[in-house]
Unconditional design. Structure first.
Length: 315
């Protein structure tokens, strides 16, 4: 039975919305719990009429997240591609495979009604690709040499259509936003560590103030660890749903589910080949397939067998 790409897209979008709502509730809940913690543990030394501590936690998280998001947005997709060693494929290239790649990208640009992105090539043997850039007009699609040489035209078309699915659905913007929120949690964790270090100084001079600083530092440290851990899991869950959504979009744009399904099967046979740039692991959630060393709970991509089953309309 063939995939019902409209129903598949609806399910993926619904689950994404649920995970994003959980992400927001996680942040709000953490600020309330931290405020309750400081009120309980330091109630004799820390008496404030308003929940300043929880508000500061919330504001700091979103301010840091906003800073990183604006940084990601200003850099654009070409920055990510070039930072991984990607080479721009020029429209005047005389290489047949590279010209074919440009033709496919142009065709999928028209099919998805998205601007023509810059196209980059990475000299890696494994089959992989990714789209990067917060805005569609600044997006870039990068393909590995392995994908270019080992995939047939319809298979490569399915992979490129998958990447255009990410662009059309705003997945890059969402991924960068989630990554920015994770950085906000990391900042809170860092502040907790610094306050605990500072408590050694305060404790030696003013025991009363030192104890309060210790309590605040421990709560920030605990809050940072919990929110980072839970946020990383939620980001992986959101990313997995967006992969299913991009697969469904690939079928929508090409009307040929066998193309991307065959590409995934070839990729499954090459599981032992992994030569994407190691310094690019920060962007691994953008890849067409990420078979890294992370445990499945942090995996940003669903198992290949599940993706193939979904494309073929099987449970």
């Amino acid at each position: 039975m063939a995939i019902n790409f409209w129903e598949s897209q609806r399910r993926a979008r619904l689950r994404t919305a649920l995970y994003l709502m959980t992400f927001i509730l996680l942040t709000l809940g953490s600020s309330l719990l931290l405020q309750a913690g400081i009120d309980f543990l330091a109630r004799e030394k820390y008496i404030q009429p308003l929940p300043y501590f929880g508000a500061i936690f919330l504001i700091a998280t979103f301010v840091i997240a906003g800073f990183y998001y604006l940084t990601y947005r200003s850099q654009g997709g070409q920055f990510v591609a070039e930072s991984l060693g990607g080479r721009l494929v020029h429209p005047q290239t005389e290489n047949f495979k590279e010209q074919q790649l440009l033709n496919i990208v142009k065709e999928m640009s028209i099919a998805s009604q998205q601007p023509m992105p810059a196209v980059y090539l990475i000299e890696a043997k494994e089959i992989n690709a990714f789209a990067a850039g917060v805005e569609a007009k600044k997006a870039a699609i990068t393909v590995t040499r392995g994908a270019l040489t080992l995939l047939e035209r319809d298979e490569l078309e399915g992979v490129i259509a998958h990447e255009f699915g990410h662009i059309a659905n705003g997945d890059m913007r969402m991924n960068m936003g989630l990554s920015a929120m994770i950085m906000g949690f990391v900042f809170i964790l860092y502040m907790g560590i610094r306050l605990l270090q500072g408590s050694l100084f305060f404790g030696g001079r003013d025991k009363r103030n030192g104890n309060v600083v210790v309590v605040i530092g421990l709560l920030l440290l605990l809050g940072g660890v919990v929110t980072w851990f839970a946020g990383a899991i939620l980001r992986a869950m959101v990313s997995r749903q967006r992969e299913y959504l991009a697969d469904a979009c690939a079928v929508q744009f090409t009307r040929h589910p066998e193309g991307i399904a065959h590409a995934l099967r070839k990729l499954e046979k090459m599981k032992g080949v992994s030569d994407m740039p190691r310094h690019g692991m920060a962007y691994s959630h953008l890849y067409f397939e990420n078979h890294s060393f992370w445990a499945s709970i942090f995996a940003t991509h669903p198992p290949l067998q599940k993706r193939i089953a979904a494309l073929e309309g099987r449970p």
